[in-house]
Design a binder for this molecule. Structure first.
Ligand code: SF4
Length: 431
């Protein structure tokens, strides 16, 4: 843990109060500051009484007056002001364990930190926190928290998470629910493990624990599973069965609570070969970050943009490259654009995932080398459009370290990165 101040924001309350870089923050309003959660929580009030330890070893106190909720303006060595928690599990479906060797080391990091759940929306299993830390979440009313659930049968949860202590986290979830902590869940469904009646049981238990929402996503299985537990991918039949179970519980919740609580990821509909639900199913897209409703929202935005678009002057021909699962859906959008503006010339190519294995069919795991190998030599028009989800966050780099300029050079045409917004997709097709 490091609460030594490394910088102070300009014009901040802390700077005005004369706090110095190098001083150590000890307490706020009498509460010891252990990490960023304490700092944020106890520093929320309009009056903050701080005790600091100077580099010379003297303790000093000062009072800061500021607006309620205004950040004090202190920065520390690390964002968490503490080490990031590594996960204590060995989940049977862990994607990190199924990665090819020799990739960038950060891709093998297994973090599982409840604080990142609150601060950044990460999902946590709650298996590596102590009863005292769980109590702190309740005391500070840290909310909302995103929880990776997978199963609530205690034995099954321990087996699936590869952690014999995983059942204690069920008690934490119950306690959080009782104390009004908002929880959003995620269930990775592995056929033969936690589908069928186990899935029903998990959903009913989550309702008792007052979960606000929960996404149900299919397990991803790569070709690098040697020595790992036997898993089979979700196929069309199992995807259909999962959707039916989720809808059976979801429809009941909708009637009784006004929300369906449980939402299937788009991937399940695509795998089942069923149409995606309509816009109102998604309840303002509350589980979007788990791939629930991405395609429906994209279509809504796309169609709205198309309705108001002017006829393009001379659009350049394009190819959209995406994962094989979403390719038919995007093809329909291209056809919509062509129907309205016949001068639009474009196609969609679904990229098979040879890097991770062909059972992986989502756009977010398509690599630069698969794109290059499968697009090279084909008639691509003048440009290739790729979704931003193929790139590492904030970078121009694919998962396999291939760069966008490298791909453009290999293909001999422009490569344009499209945001996840349907309006941007329409603009790109018409430009
Ligand atoms: S919690 Fe499970 S899935 Fe997540 S990183 Fe740890 S082992 Fe992998």
């Amino acid at each position: 843990m490091s609460t030594v101040i490394t910088s102070i924001d300009p014009h901040s309350p802390a700077l005005r109060a004369g706090i110095q870089v190098g001083e150590k923050l000890l307490t706020i309003n009498g509460h010891e500051v252990l990490d960023v959660l304490d700092y944020r929580f106890y520093g929320y009030d309009p009056v903050a009484q701080l005790t600091l330890l100077t580099p010379a070893g003297e303790t000093r106190a000062l009072t800061i007056h500021k607006m309620e909720g205004q950040d004090l303006g202190l920065n520390f060595d690390t964002y968490l002001m503490d080490e990031m928690r590594q996960c204590a599990n060995h989940c049977v479906f862990c994607f990190v364990d199924q990665m090819p060797p020799n990739m960038r080391s950060t891709l093998y990091v297994k973090d599982d930190d409840a604080r990142l759940s609150f601060l950044l929306g990460n999902y946590t299993t709650l298996t590596n926190i102590s009863p005292r830390e769980a109590q702190r979440i309740i005391d500070l009313h840290i909310s909302p928290i995103n929880v990776s659930v997978h199963a609530t049968d205690p034995q099954l949860r321990c087996t699936m998470l590869g952690n014999k202590n995983a059942m204690q986290s069920l008690d934490y979830m119950r306690a959080f629910g009782e104390h009004g902590i908002v929880m959003n869940g995620q269930i990775v469904v592995c056929p033969g493990w936690n589908d069928g009646d186990q899935l029903r049981r998990t959903m009913h238990d989550l309702l008792k624990m007052n979960f606000a929402s929960c996404s149900i996503v299919p397990v991803g299985i790569t070709k690098y599973r040697q020595g790992l537990a036997k898993l089979r991918p979700v196929d069309a039949q199992s995807a259909g069965e999962i959707i039916d179970i989720v809808d059976e519980v979801g429809e009941k919740c909708l009637r009784e609570k006004g929300t369906r609580v449980f939402f299937c990821a788009d991937e399940l509909y695509l795998k089942a070969g069923r149409p995606l639900p309509e816009d109102d199913y998604y309840e303002e897209y509350r589980q979007l970050e788990n791939g629930v409703g991405l395609l429906r929202l994209l279509e809504q935005e796309f169609m709205a943009a198309l309705r108001f678009a002017d006829a393009p002057e001379s659009p350049t021909p394009f190819t959209i490259a995406t994962g094989t699962s979403a390719a038919p859906y995007l093809s329909k959008l291209v056809e919509q654009a062509k129907a309205q503006f016949p001068e639009v010339r474009g196609q969609v190519i679904g990229i098979e995932n040879d890097f991770f294995g062909r059972t992986i069919d989502v756009a977010g795991l398509v690599t630069g080398q698969d794109l290059a190998a499968q697009l090279k030599g084909r008639d691509l028009g003048e440009r290739v459009l790729i979704p931003i989800s193929m790139l590492r966050h904030g970078e121009n780099v694919f998962l396999d370290d291939y760069t966008v300029p490298q791909l453009a050079q290999e293909l001999g045409c422009r490569v344009e990165v499209i945001s996840g917004d349907g309006g941007d997709l329409a603009d790109a097709m018409l430009s």
